[in-house]
Design a protein. Structure first.
Length: 252
């Protein structure tokens, strides 16, 4: 069944209004008609089974048939703090992070970042592109929430923000053994938020890892091989997603 997103303000008692570019998609691409079913998510984790009742000039009106909490979201918020990589790697990272359950992606400027967003205008354009990728990935993977891609943060600012949100992990090639990751992953389902710090090409400087430790971020190992920046993020998210969903199923 086709799934669309709407702002919470567009949900009223018994009805939903779809606006924006999705109107054209429903009308002219999918060629849907009154009475046909579709699913709508309001961005807060709620999912609505609906049917089309009316087409207006700039909106589609739906009748709500059933309302339920979406089952596609993790019980723990995974926040990916990604050191800015070269070229278009960030687009792939955002796409796959959304598919793997990340609730938020934060671009971070670290010491070894080669990419520099030269001015506010260029950054705004990049962020618009990245957010569109996140939305597309959310639709494709059946997410009930569209993860936000935030503005680019400094490393120090990102560490401070993560410290305020609970558990934080920083995969680091010099971390000893897999025990630390196993222990952290087993605790992830009991956390409200888990922050994951991934370095750019070249990784983190030792001083950056020490700064992370000072902010309560735990260095962990991803194994004996050196992973690319995009692979490190996907690996960490996959492990945490597995542990969280297994723990959630065991409680049900």
């Amino acid at each position: 069944m086709h799934c669309f997103y709407c702002e919470e303000k567009n949900v009223t008692e018994g009805a939903i209004r779809i606006t924006g570019s999705d109107v054209n998609h429903i009308k002219n691409v999918l060629r849907m008609r009154a009475g046909e079913p579709l699913t709508v998510c309001d961005g807060t984790g709620m999912e609505y089974s609906c049917e089309i009742t009316e087409f207006l000039a700039d909106e589609v009106v739906l009748r709500i048939l059933k309302k339920a909490k979406a089952q596609t979201e993790l019980t723990t918020r995974l926040v990916l703090y990604q050191g800015l990589p070269k070229k278009d790697k960030m687009e792939l990272i955002i796409q796959k992070a959304v598919e793997l359950g990340a609730a938020e992606i934060v671009p971070v400027m670290t010491k070894r970042c080669i990419v520099k967003l030269e001015d506010d205008k260029k950054e705004a354009k990049k962020l618009e592109r990245w957010q569109a990728i996140a939305e597309s990935a959310a639709k494709q993977s059946g997410r009930a929430v569209i993860p936000a891609v935030t503005r680019v943060m400094s490393y120090r600012e990102a560490l401070k923000r993560a410290k305020e949100n609970g558990m934080g992990l920083i995969p680091y090639e010099c971390a000893a053994g897999m025990k630390s990751l196993k222990e952290a992953a087993s605790q992830a389902a009991d956390q409200a938020t888990v922050s994951i710090f991934i370095g750019p090409e070249g990784g983190f400087e030792e001083a950056e890892v020490e700064a992370a430790k000072e902010h309560g971020i735990v260095p962990v190992s991803l194994g004996k091989r050196i992973l690319r920046t995009e692979t490190a993020g996907f690996t960490t998210l996959s492990i945490l997603m597995y542990e969280i969903e297994c723990a959630t199923e065991m409680k049900e």
